[in-house]
Design a protein around this ligand. Structure first.
Ligand code: PBG
Length: 324
Protein backbone atom coordinates (compact mmCIF):
# COMPACT_ATOMS: atom_id res chain seq x y z
CA UNK A 1 0.00 0.00 0.00
CA UNK A 2 2.28 2.82 -1.16
CA UNK A 3 -0.67 5.02 -2.11
CA UNK A 4 -2.68 6.04 0.91
CA UNK A 5 -5.20 8.81 0.11
CA UNK A 6 -5.84 9.22 3.84
CA UNK A 7 -2.43 10.92 4.24
CA UNK A 8 -3.90 13.99 2.54
CA UNK A 9 -6.78 14.00 5.02
CA UNK A 10 -4.77 13.63 8.22
CA UNK A 11 -5.21 17.11 9.67
CA UNK A 12 -7.19 20.26 9.20
CA UNK A 13 -4.07 22.05 7.90
CA UNK A 14 -3.40 19.40 5.28
CA UNK A 15 -7.05 19.10 4.32
CA UNK A 16 -7.32 22.82 3.80
CA UNK A 17 -4.19 22.88 1.70
CA UNK A 18 -5.46 20.26 -0.75
CA UNK A 19 -9.04 21.51 -0.84
CA UNK A 20 -10.10 21.78 -4.49
CA UNK A 21 -13.13 24.01 -4.11
CA UNK A 22 -13.69 27.07 -1.99
CA UNK A 23 -16.94 28.96 -1.69
CA UNK A 24 -16.75 32.63 -0.74
CA UNK A 25 -19.20 35.51 -0.59
CA UNK A 26 -17.65 36.75 -3.86
CA UNK A 27 -19.49 33.90 -5.59
CA UNK A 28 -22.93 34.98 -4.46
CA UNK A 29 -25.90 36.88 -5.77
CA UNK A 30 -28.44 37.43 -3.00
CA UNK A 31 -32.08 37.51 -4.24
CA UNK A 32 -34.28 40.10 -2.51
CA UNK A 33 -38.07 40.53 -2.63
CA UNK A 34 -39.28 44.13 -2.81
CA UNK A 35 -42.60 45.29 -1.31
CA UNK A 36 -44.34 48.51 -2.27
CA UNK A 37 -44.73 49.88 1.29
CA UNK A 38 -41.34 51.39 2.13
CA UNK A 39 -41.29 50.20 5.72
CA UNK A 40 -42.95 46.81 5.34
CA UNK A 41 -41.38 43.50 6.26
CA UNK A 42 -43.21 40.20 5.79
CA UNK A 43 -41.62 36.81 6.18
CA UNK A 44 -42.21 34.27 3.41
CA UNK A 45 -44.11 31.41 5.10
CA UNK A 46 -42.43 28.72 3.07
CA UNK A 47 -38.96 30.32 3.38
CA UNK A 48 -38.32 30.96 7.08
CA UNK A 49 -35.64 33.62 7.50
CA UNK A 50 -36.39 35.23 4.14
CA UNK A 51 -38.44 38.42 4.11
CA UNK A 52 -40.26 40.55 1.59
CA UNK A 53 -38.99 44.05 2.31
CA UNK A 54 -40.06 47.59 1.54
CA UNK A 55 -37.51 49.97 0.03
CA UNK A 56 -36.20 51.40 3.31
CA UNK A 57 -35.75 47.93 4.72
CA UNK A 58 -34.07 46.70 1.53
CA UNK A 59 -31.60 49.58 1.65
CA UNK A 60 -30.69 48.58 5.22
CA UNK A 61 -30.41 44.94 4.21
CA UNK A 62 -28.08 45.76 1.33
CA UNK A 63 -25.95 47.98 3.56
CA UNK A 64 -25.57 45.13 6.05
CA UNK A 65 -24.80 42.59 3.35
CA UNK A 66 -22.13 44.78 1.76
CA UNK A 67 -20.37 44.85 5.14
CA UNK A 68 -20.44 41.06 5.11
CA UNK A 69 -18.84 40.91 1.66
CA UNK A 70 -21.97 40.24 -0.41
CA UNK A 71 -21.82 42.64 -3.34
CA UNK A 72 -24.40 41.48 -5.87
CA UNK A 73 -28.18 41.53 -5.41
CA UNK A 74 -31.06 40.36 -7.57
CA UNK A 75 -34.22 42.32 -6.79
CA UNK A 76 -37.69 40.87 -7.52
CA UNK A 77 -40.89 42.90 -7.13
CA UNK A 78 -43.93 41.72 -5.16
CA UNK A 79 -46.63 43.25 -7.36
CA UNK A 80 -50.02 43.83 -5.67
CA UNK A 81 -52.96 42.27 -7.54
CA UNK A 82 -54.56 45.59 -8.55
CA UNK A 83 -51.53 46.50 -10.68
CA UNK A 84 -51.69 43.33 -12.75
CA UNK A 85 -53.21 43.35 -16.22
CA UNK A 86 -53.23 41.27 -19.42
CA UNK A 87 -50.21 43.02 -20.94
CA UNK A 88 -48.04 43.67 -17.86
CA UNK A 89 -48.00 47.44 -18.39
CA UNK A 90 -46.46 48.22 -14.99
CA UNK A 91 -43.37 46.26 -15.97
CA UNK A 92 -42.13 49.08 -18.19
CA UNK A 93 -43.65 52.10 -16.42
CA UNK A 94 -40.71 54.21 -15.16
CA UNK A 95 -42.90 55.48 -12.32
CA UNK A 96 -43.76 52.03 -10.97
CA UNK A 97 -42.39 51.34 -7.50
CA UNK A 98 -40.00 48.60 -8.69
CA UNK A 99 -38.26 50.78 -11.27
CA UNK A 100 -38.11 53.69 -8.82
CA UNK A 101 -36.67 51.45 -6.12
CA UNK A 102 -33.98 50.09 -8.44
CA UNK A 103 -32.91 53.63 -9.18
CA UNK A 104 -32.75 54.53 -5.51
CA UNK A 105 -30.85 51.37 -4.60
CA UNK A 106 -28.29 51.95 -7.31
CA UNK A 107 -27.81 55.60 -6.35
CA UNK A 108 -27.35 54.71 -2.66
CA UNK A 109 -24.95 51.88 -3.37
CA UNK A 110 -23.12 52.54 -6.64
CA UNK A 111 -20.45 50.05 -5.55
CA UNK A 112 -22.94 47.17 -5.41
CA UNK A 113 -23.91 45.28 -8.57
CA UNK A 114 -27.68 45.22 -8.95
CA UNK A 115 -29.50 42.66 -11.07
CA UNK A 116 -33.12 43.03 -12.13
CA UNK A 117 -35.60 40.44 -13.35
CA UNK A 118 -37.18 40.41 -16.79
CA UNK A 119 -40.30 38.25 -17.15
CA UNK A 120 -44.01 38.99 -17.25
CA UNK A 121 -45.26 36.71 -14.48
CA UNK A 122 -45.23 39.13 -11.54
CA UNK A 123 -47.09 41.76 -13.61
CA UNK A 124 -49.61 39.99 -15.77
CA UNK A 125 -52.96 38.76 -14.58
CA UNK A 126 -52.30 35.31 -16.07
CA UNK A 127 -49.21 34.63 -13.97
CA UNK A 128 -47.26 33.45 -16.99
CA UNK A 129 -43.87 34.67 -18.16
CA UNK A 130 -45.33 35.66 -21.52
CA UNK A 131 -48.49 37.16 -22.97
CA UNK A 132 -51.39 34.70 -23.01
CA UNK A 133 -53.94 34.41 -25.80
CA UNK A 134 -56.55 31.65 -25.90
CA UNK A 135 -54.48 29.65 -23.45
CA UNK A 136 -51.33 29.93 -25.55
CA UNK A 137 -48.14 31.66 -24.38
CA UNK A 138 -47.18 33.98 -27.24
CA UNK A 139 -43.47 34.20 -28.01
CA UNK A 140 -42.70 37.00 -30.45
CA UNK A 141 -45.36 39.36 -29.11
CA UNK A 142 -43.89 38.86 -25.63
CA UNK A 143 -40.44 39.95 -26.83
CA UNK A 144 -41.70 43.47 -27.36
CA UNK A 145 -42.82 43.72 -23.74
CA UNK A 146 -39.59 42.16 -22.50
CA UNK A 147 -37.61 44.71 -24.52
CA UNK A 148 -39.55 47.61 -23.01
CA UNK A 149 -39.16 46.15 -19.53
CA UNK A 150 -35.40 45.66 -19.95
CA UNK A 151 -35.05 49.22 -21.20
CA UNK A 152 -37.03 50.68 -18.28
CA UNK A 153 -34.80 48.74 -15.89
CA UNK A 154 -31.58 49.74 -17.65
CA UNK A 155 -32.66 53.36 -17.36
CA UNK A 156 -32.63 53.01 -13.56
CA UNK A 157 -28.89 52.39 -13.65
CA UNK A 158 -28.83 48.67 -12.78
CA UNK A 159 -25.89 46.52 -13.82
CA UNK A 160 -27.27 43.17 -14.93
CA UNK A 161 -30.54 42.20 -16.61
CA UNK A 162 -31.84 38.71 -15.80
CA UNK A 163 -34.32 37.42 -18.37
CA UNK A 164 -36.02 34.56 -16.50
CA UNK A 165 -38.85 34.05 -18.99
CA UNK A 166 -37.50 31.43 -21.45
CA UNK A 167 -39.03 32.97 -24.59
CA UNK A 168 -37.06 32.12 -27.73
CA UNK A 169 -34.86 34.93 -29.03
CA UNK A 170 -35.22 37.19 -26.01
CA UNK A 171 -31.52 37.61 -25.23
CA UNK A 172 -30.77 38.90 -28.74
CA UNK A 173 -33.88 41.05 -28.74
CA UNK A 174 -33.05 42.62 -25.38
CA UNK A 175 -29.38 43.08 -26.35
CA UNK A 176 -30.45 45.03 -29.42
CA UNK A 177 -32.89 47.24 -27.53
CA UNK A 178 -30.24 48.00 -24.90
CA UNK A 179 -27.54 48.75 -27.47
CA UNK A 180 -29.83 50.90 -29.60
CA UNK A 181 -30.47 53.03 -26.52
CA UNK A 182 -26.87 53.41 -25.43
CA UNK A 183 -26.88 50.72 -22.73
CA UNK A 184 -24.16 48.57 -24.21
CA UNK A 185 -22.60 48.34 -20.74
CA UNK A 186 -25.58 46.63 -19.15
CA UNK A 187 -24.93 42.89 -18.84
CA UNK A 188 -27.33 40.05 -19.55
CA UNK A 189 -27.39 37.01 -17.30
CA UNK A 190 -29.54 34.65 -19.29
CA UNK A 191 -31.63 32.00 -17.60
CA UNK A 192 -30.23 29.61 -20.19
CA UNK A 193 -31.40 26.23 -18.95
CA UNK A 194 -34.40 26.97 -16.80
CA UNK A 195 -36.39 23.83 -16.11
CA UNK A 196 -40.12 23.45 -15.46
CA UNK A 197 -39.48 22.59 -11.83
CA UNK A 198 -41.44 21.84 -8.69
CA UNK A 199 -38.77 23.69 -6.72
CA UNK A 200 -40.08 27.19 -7.52
CA UNK A 201 -43.14 26.83 -5.25
CA UNK A 202 -42.00 29.02 -2.33
CA UNK A 203 -40.85 31.79 -4.73
CA UNK A 204 -44.30 31.88 -6.30
CA UNK A 205 -45.74 32.16 -2.76
CA UNK A 206 -43.38 35.06 -2.07
CA UNK A 207 -44.38 36.92 -5.21
CA UNK A 208 -47.92 35.61 -5.49
CA UNK A 209 -47.02 34.88 -9.11
CA UNK A 210 -48.21 31.31 -9.72
CA UNK A 211 -49.83 30.75 -13.13
CA UNK A 212 -53.61 31.11 -12.99
CA UNK A 213 -54.05 28.38 -15.57
CA UNK A 214 -51.88 25.56 -16.81
CA UNK A 215 -48.15 25.17 -16.23
CA UNK A 216 -44.93 26.52 -17.73
CA UNK A 217 -43.96 23.43 -19.71
CA UNK A 218 -44.27 25.05 -23.16
CA UNK A 219 -41.45 27.44 -22.37
CA UNK A 220 -39.42 26.09 -19.45
CA UNK A 221 -37.29 23.02 -20.18
CA UNK A 222 -38.24 19.39 -19.57
CA UNK A 223 -36.33 18.12 -16.50
CA UNK A 224 -35.55 14.95 -18.47
CA UNK A 225 -33.37 16.79 -21.00
CA UNK A 226 -29.68 17.55 -20.78
CA UNK A 227 -28.47 17.99 -24.38
CA UNK A 228 -31.21 20.52 -25.05
CA UNK A 229 -29.34 22.84 -22.67
CA UNK A 230 -26.57 23.02 -25.30
CA UNK A 231 -29.04 24.35 -27.87
CA UNK A 232 -30.19 27.03 -25.45
CA UNK A 233 -26.60 27.90 -24.52
CA UNK A 234 -25.46 28.15 -28.17
CA UNK A 235 -28.32 30.56 -28.85
CA UNK A 236 -27.61 32.66 -25.77
CA UNK A 237 -23.94 33.02 -26.66
CA UNK A 238 -24.81 33.93 -30.24
CA UNK A 239 -27.35 36.47 -28.98
CA UNK A 240 -24.84 38.14 -26.67
CA UNK A 241 -25.38 36.72 -23.17
CA UNK A 242 -22.62 37.55 -20.66
CA UNK A 243 -23.47 34.74 -18.24
CA UNK A 244 -25.25 31.41 -18.69
CA UNK A 245 -27.50 30.27 -15.87
CA UNK A 246 -28.78 26.84 -14.89
CA UNK A 247 -31.89 26.71 -12.72
CA UNK A 248 -32.62 24.99 -10.36
CA UNK A 249 -29.15 23.99 -9.16
CA UNK A 250 -29.25 20.81 -7.10
CA UNK A 251 -31.23 18.45 -9.30
CA UNK A 252 -29.29 19.82 -12.29
CA UNK A 253 -25.62 19.62 -11.24
CA UNK A 254 -24.94 17.60 -14.40
CA UNK A 255 -26.24 20.48 -16.52
CA UNK A 256 -24.01 22.96 -14.67
CA UNK A 257 -21.03 20.71 -15.40
CA UNK A 258 -22.06 20.31 -19.03
CA UNK A 259 -22.20 24.05 -19.64
CA UNK A 260 -18.98 24.62 -17.70
CA UNK A 261 -17.17 22.10 -19.90
CA UNK A 262 -18.49 23.58 -23.14
CA UNK A 263 -18.44 27.36 -22.70
CA UNK A 264 -15.94 29.95 -21.55
CA UNK A 265 -18.58 32.36 -20.28
CA UNK A 266 -19.14 32.41 -16.50
CA UNK A 267 -21.73 29.85 -15.43
CA UNK A 268 -24.33 30.82 -12.84
CA UNK A 269 -26.55 28.45 -10.90
CA UNK A 270 -29.78 29.42 -9.13
CA UNK A 271 -30.10 27.60 -5.82
CA UNK A 272 -33.87 28.11 -5.83
CA UNK A 273 -36.53 28.71 -3.22
CA UNK A 274 -37.63 25.08 -2.89
CA UNK A 275 -34.05 23.98 -2.32
CA UNK A 276 -33.73 26.54 0.46
CA UNK A 277 -37.09 25.50 1.94
CA UNK A 278 -36.13 21.81 2.08
CA UNK A 279 -32.98 22.45 4.07
CA UNK A 280 -34.75 24.91 6.35
CA UNK A 281 -37.63 22.58 7.08
CA UNK A 282 -35.40 19.61 7.86
CA UNK A 283 -33.07 21.81 9.90
CA UNK A 284 -35.94 23.27 11.94
CA UNK A 285 -37.16 19.78 12.72
CA UNK A 286 -33.70 18.85 13.89
CA UNK A 287 -33.44 16.17 11.24
CA UNK A 288 -30.26 17.53 9.68
CA UNK A 289 -27.49 19.86 10.81
CA UNK A 290 -28.65 22.89 8.84
CA UNK A 291 -25.37 24.81 8.81
CA UNK A 292 -23.33 21.85 7.60
CA UNK A 293 -25.94 20.87 5.03
CA UNK A 294 -25.98 24.44 3.71
CA UNK A 295 -22.19 24.57 3.37
CA UNK A 296 -22.14 21.19 1.63
CA UNK A 297 -24.92 22.23 -0.72
CA UNK A 298 -23.19 25.45 -1.79
CA UNK A 299 -19.91 23.57 -2.17
CA UNK A 300 -21.56 20.98 -4.43
CA UNK A 301 -22.91 23.69 -6.73
CA UNK A 302 -19.50 25.33 -7.01
CA UNK A 303 -17.75 21.97 -7.44
CA UNK A 304 -20.09 21.11 -10.30
CA UNK A 305 -18.81 24.18 -12.12
CA UNK A 306 -20.82 27.23 -11.07
CA UNK A 307 -18.82 30.46 -11.00
CA UNK A 308 -21.77 32.37 -9.60
CA UNK A 309 -24.44 31.13 -7.18
CA UNK A 310 -27.77 32.86 -6.69
CA UNK A 311 -28.74 31.74 -3.21
CA UNK A 312 -31.05 32.64 -0.33
CA UNK A 313 -28.34 31.27 1.98
CA UNK A 314 -25.94 34.11 1.07
CA UNK A 315 -26.29 36.09 4.27
CA UNK A 316 -26.38 33.09 6.61
CA UNK A 317 -23.27 31.75 4.91
CA UNK A 318 -21.50 35.07 5.40
CA UNK A 319 -22.47 35.26 9.06
CA UNK A 320 -21.49 31.67 9.71
CA UNK A 321 -18.11 31.83 7.99
CA UNK A 322 -17.28 35.07 9.80
CA UNK A 323 -18.26 33.45 13.09
CA UNK A 324 -21.05 35.99 13.69
C1 PBG B 1 -40.26 33.69 -12.87
C2 PBG B 1 -39.21 33.27 -11.92
C3 PBG B 1 -39.29 32.15 -11.08
C4 PBG B 1 -38.15 32.14 -10.31
C5 PBG B 1 -37.37 33.23 -10.69
N1 PBG B 1 -38.04 33.92 -11.68
C6 PBG B 1 -40.40 31.18 -10.92
C7 PBG B 1 -41.03 30.58 -12.08
O1 PBG B 1 -40.46 30.46 -13.18
O2 PBG B 1 -42.19 30.21 -11.94
C8 PBG B 1 -37.87 31.10 -9.27
C9 PBG B 1 -36.87 31.42 -8.23
C10 PBG B 1 -36.91 30.53 -7.05
O3 PBG B 1 -37.68 29.55 -6.98
O4 PBG B 1 -36.16 30.81 -6.11
N2 PBG B 1 -39.91 34.43 -13.96
Amino acid sequence: MNIRPRRNRKSEAVRRMVEETKVTTDDFIFPLFLLEGADDKIEVDSMPGIYRLGLDKILKEIEGCLKLGINVFDVFPVVPEHYKDKTATKSFDPNFFYQKALKRIKSEFPEAAIMSDVALDPYNSDGHDGLVKNGEILNDETLEVLGKMALAQAETGIDIIGPSDMMDGRVGYIREVLDDNGFNNVSIMSYTAKYASAFYGPFRDALDSAPKNGDKKTYQMNPANQREALIEADLDIEEGADFLMVKPALAYLDVIKLLKDNYAQPIAAYNVSGEYAMLKAAGMKGWIDYDRAMMETLLSIKRAGADVILTYHAKEFALLTKGL
